[in-house]
Design a protein around this ligand. Structure first.
Ligand SMILES: CCCC[C@H](NC(=O)[C@H](Cc1ccccc1)NC(=O)N1CCOCC1)C(=O)N[C@@H](CC1CCCCC1)C(O)(O)C(F)(F)C(=O)NC
Length: 327
């Protein structure tokens, strides 16, 4: 068995990627942000204050004949960008790309932070990191993929994200036609509950590869590529008009400048992010904001959407490994 669901950018900047998910009986369809950086499936619901839920599609468990309340369960999560949400827990049937999981924990939001209220492009998240990161108490719940994996043809899923175009999340199979190059696999370390791997070197434009060990996560829920300052400074040193903009909290440059590509090692291969993907978004006039920024203060590097857009990424739970193929 397999599943295949399209995704699309939420806005003109590719800030996040949205996929429709069916929950309950009859199906209630919600636009959700698939996030390989967290492990909770949570939704705006009939329990979310209506002032907060305005503009969002909601899940109403009482309208679903297959919903069950998980008595005494609650959840609460704070994300890297300081957004947060919390609430109580139901189980229900959740279908993604034609593949149904029964008894899936659907975390209903009774509280959401301002960022979520304002971001009407999603009605919640599908966490696709490891089960250990789930926040439900007193009994941790499994992710949709974890529940699905034993029934899928293969315990894998792939992320295909594209700049200003549709992509896909495929479950249980790898469509190698989505890639232009071979898939290189690297082992993940599971201790932090992320799809965490180590990249041994990087290169800027056509330059020589520099040895630099990066411990990072493959994270569809983070917009940018966030790496160590030394790498980021070296990159923007090659961009004539670049400067660090305190107000924007990142490097900006003249939008008309041709940006060098950025390559990172995956095992014995490399993935190259074209400069066009690093010219992330205009901030004002003809000043643009970079898609490569510092991971300062996070404690880990994040290969977010800017990096994932350059590749087909294979999340292989069965073999505890990540695969990257150039697109
Ligand atoms: C500090 C480094 C991480 C920042 C990262 N957030 C982001 O990358 C948000 C995502 C977003 C897009 C549109 C509207 C609202 C939010 N984007 C963002 O901060 N920017 C600012 C820079 O310009 C680009 C957009 C994050 O918290 N990612 C979460 C998941 C997001 C949480 C907020 C809603 C969208 C999903 C994550 O799960 O991937 C995580 F791994 F970072 C995490 O916190 N795990 C626990």
């Amino acid at each position: 068995q397999t599943g295949s669901a399209p995704n699309h950018p939420s806005d003109s900047e590719d800030d996040e990627y949205i996929t429709n998910v069916s929950i309950g009986t009859p199906a209630q369809v919600l636009p959700l942000d698939f996030d390989t950086g967290s492990s909770d499936l949570w939704v705006f619901s009939s329990e979310t204050p209506s002032s907060s839920a305005r503009g969002h599609t909601i899940y109403t468990p009482s309208k679903s004949s297959t919903s069950k309340k998980v008595s005494g369960a609650s959840w609460s999560i704070t994300y890297g960008d300081n957004s947060s949400s919390s609430g109580d827990v139901y189980t229900d049937t959740v279908t993604i790309g034609g593949f149904s999981v029964t008894g899936q924990a659907v975390e209903s939001a009774t509280k959401v932070s301002t960022q979520f209220v304002q971001d009407t492009s999603n009605s919640g998240l599908v966490g696709l990191a490891l089960d250990s990161g789930n926040t439900v108490k007193p009994t941790k719940q499994k992710t949709w993929f974890s529940n699905a994996s034993s029934h899928l043809a293969q315990p894998v899923f792939t992320a295909d994200l594209n700049h200003q175009a549709d992509g896909s999340y495929n479950f249980g199979f790898i469509d190698t036609t989505l890639a232009s190059g071979p898939i290189t696999y690297v082992p993940i370390s599971t201790g932090n509950g992320f799809w965490e791997f180590t990249s041994a070197s990087y290169a800027i434009g056509g330059g020589s590869s520099k040895k630099h060990s990066t411990d990072g996560i493959a994270d569809t829920g983070t917009t940018l590529l966030l790496l160590d300052d030394t790498i980021v400074d070296a990159y923007y040193n090659q961009v004539e008009s670049a400067q660090y903009d305190d107000s924007q909290e990142g490097y900006t440059f003249d939008c008309s400048e041709d940006l060098p590509s950025f390559s990172f090692a995956v095992g014995s291969s490399t993935i190259t992010v074209p400069g066009s993907l690093i010219n992330f978004a205009p901030v004002d006039g003809n000043t643009c904001f970079g898609g490569l920024q510092s991971d300062d203060g996070i404690g880990i590097s994040i290969f977010g959407d800017v990096a994932i857009k350059a590749a087909l990424v294979v999340f292989d739970l069965g073999n505890k490994r990540l695969g990257w193929a150039q697109k």
